[in-house]
Design a protein around this ligand. Sequence first.
Ligand SMILES: [Zn+2]
Length: 469
Amino acid sequence: MFNISINTKMKNYLFSIYLLFSVPSALIAQQDSIMLDKIYEESLYRGEAYTNLHYLTKKIGHRIAGSAQAEEAVNWSKGLMEKLPFDRVYLQEVTVPYWDRGEKEVAKIVGSNESLAVLALGGSVATPKDGITAEVLEIENLSDLEKHGENVAGKIVFVNKPWDESIVETGVAYGLNSSQRSRGPSQAAKFGAVAYFFRSLSSSPDDAYPHTGGTGYTKGIDSIPAAAISAVSATKLSTTLKANPKLKVYFKQNSAWKGLVETHNVIAEWKGTDKPTDIITIGGHIDSWDVGEGAHDNGTGTMGTLDAMRTLMVLGYKPKHSIRLVFYMNEENGVQGAIKYGEEASQKKEHIVAAIESDAGGFAPRGFDIKASKEKVSWIQNNWKPLFEQKFWVSRFLEGSPGVDSGVWGRQFPNTIMFNFRPDPHRYFDLHHTEKDVFEAVDRRELQSGVAAIASLLYLLDQHMEEIQ
Ligand SMILES: [Zn+2]
């Protein structure tokens, strides 16, 4: 009896210890799982990102920073935020350089009826009024310029480096070639080139559309006009050049910088109950390039993060930390919005504990790249990944880079854990920065399941921020 009684007491004691340490976390995991179910149900049944995206893309349209449409998008987004129970919605002033494409570009192979599909690179200067007629020098890499030496002078340098289709993570393939877009014109001008053609950064070899994107000039070197040429036109020009290396191309474009414009970031704050001075930032950029409708880049990121917050609000959630939604201006050609956000936040010595950015399209969600220590990333893999993986098919939680905007302001906030939303990567760089990036290219269900993944992550971060170690 005595022994049994001791054993029973011991068992009860051990059980209470077990309750103290094990059951609560199991209960929490169960609560989290129930909450994620509710989030998915709300987003897939009643999500509003897709409807809002329709207005942004069809009624406002593309919106390069400094344009009237960009400011219209700012004011309209502010109105959307004001309809939700945020504690504060406001505009943050941002000064941006405004670049205007002007009249449509023309490029033709002289002496033939062959037109080439070209689009001025963002930030490029115009050609002279009568255009440029010149021979073309095709190279694959800027490093080839050296060996052509004096032969470059007076020519249009044409960089024709194919996309590496074997890379599944298309962002990596994009990154392999993108510096030739940004640095190319000045490199070519150093050798006396009169213009610069750049094979579009497209994942599709059959792509007839040129893809724009930012370029820049080095001080002290002549600024030459630069344009992206579609994959199909690049292949055509290359083939024609092989038969006739002396062929000439006529090229005219009208783009120019038009000075500085006052515009805004759009910000909404939802105050935390327990730790109101600890901030979680979520958002994406509201500007786009000046072609297409900026649907995947980045209408889905802005409308998606807003809808993630709406989802938590309608479920009656009360955040512990303050959550701040930011629509950044000017990610595409200057990142002035993110710079301004970082400056103000660091002046105020704000405590931004985490950030989520969505700027990789509105395709089916795959997961998040995480900028944090290896230990923290593996904690997240162990504790959160299982909640997403089986039911929701979201399984990528890997150490990686933040989005462009959070990366920029994050230089002043090195300890902030940053999450970069990663949807399926296969189709993004077929549409990116082209006429094809329109509302019709977005699928409602894919977009809303991305919203659910983002809202789920936001909820988990708010609940368990202090446990991540
Ligand atoms: Zn973008």
